[in-house]
Write a new protein. Structure first.
Length: 324
């Protein structure tokens, strides 16, 4: 499947940029970009794609997207209430923004931890959503140092909130799940590094931790909330989803790469995703129908393998671009 890359309006002097869009819909393909993105949707219901996660959202949505993570929103096209509008505020900032020395200090630990987890996409709800929504709306009216302080306040509030959930699977993002101990982190990393080995078994990981097979199985299930076997299956299925979406490998090639048994692959995939690998790939292709040479979006989407960097600007587009 053709991969689209968004060319964001973020400039070299920008800490972040905001795109404030009203009633423009979601006229863009499934895509990614090297920047972080925080997207707030208001007054719209529909379906959201983040990595291998597909979820419905109602009335509003707030999601943090990590670098190079595929995503797209689709509105359901339902009639709006009289006087209501669909408003989307998108905040984008560079992947290395929080890598400087000052942001490695203790007060920024939770923000950095949140950004690492956003490689799977992160949805916010409840009070976290309500508070962040007000701050993002305020950000559209601020500039200079006031906007920077509000931005940090926004990020800190989201990082400290417990009302958030990761979206894409561990297998899709290859990002280890946050562990409560170094031992579980070692176990996760070993599985991430060796999950394509068809002979990988409990004993291999248990040996790394100097534990018996039974002790490790109990420890892993308590830490991961699922058995080692199920975790491994989920990870392989997530990786298969990534290959189905991002590559043109045949389904049989993907099946043998992830499970070394095509029948087993099809059976487990359908059990976990409620569709066959063929149906899964087809649904993503249908959602990704897009003529990039006639696009009308304020920002640009190009096939990742294209050298063309022409600028296509619409005659009418009710969005405001903010460089604080």
């Amino acid at each position: 499947m053709k991969v689209y890359r968004e060319i964001t309006p973020l400039g070299s002097e920008d800490v972040f940029v905001l795109i404030d869009s009203v009633d423009n819909g979601f006229d863009y393909p499934i895509h990614n970009h090297p920047e972080y993105e925080l997207t707030l949707v208001m007054g719209s219901s529909g379906r959201r794609i983040v990595g291998d996660s597909t979820e419905k959202y109602q009335d509003s949505d707030l999601v943090l997207i990590g670098p190079f993570l595929h995503h797209k929103w689709d509105g359901d096209g339902a009639p709006k209430e009289k006087g209501a509008h669909c408003r989307v505020i998108t905040l984008q900032f560079e992947a290395n923004l929080f890598d400087s020395k000052i942001f490695r200090k203790k007060p920024f630990f939770e923000i950095r931890k949140m950004l690492e987890s956003s490689s799977r996409g992160m949805r916010f709800s409840g009070r976290a959503f309500e508070t962040a929504r007000e701050k993002m709306i305020q950000l559209t009216q601020l500039s200079g140092m006031a906007s920077i302080l509000k931005f940090l306040d926004l990020m800190n509030g989201l990082a400290e909130s417990r009302e958030k959930a990761c979206l894409a699977s561990e297998g899709y993002s290859k990002q280890p799940v946050d562990g409560k101990s170094e031992r579980i982190k070692v176990a996760y990393q070993y599985i991430l590094d060796h999950f394509t080995r068809q002979d990988l078994k409990v004993g291999d990981v248990a040996e790394r931790l100097n534990m018996s097979d039974s002790a490790f199985s109990h420890f892993f299930k308590k830490s991961a909330n699922k058995s080692f076997k199920q975790f491994l299956i989920d990870h392989r299925i997530g990786h298969a989803c990534k290959l189905l979406i991002e590559t043109d490998l045949s389904i049989s090639e993907i099946g043998y790469q992830c499970f070394n048994n095509l029948t087993n692959f099809n059976r487990l995939f359908k059990k976990n995703r409620e569709c066959t690998p063929f149906e899964y790939r087809k649904s993503y292709k249908e959602k990704n129908s897009f003529d990039w040479t006639t696009q009308k979006a304020l920002y640009q989407f190009m096939p990742a393998d294209e050298e063309v960097r022409a600028i296509f600007k619409p005659k009418e587009y009710s969005a405001r671009l903010v460089h604080p």
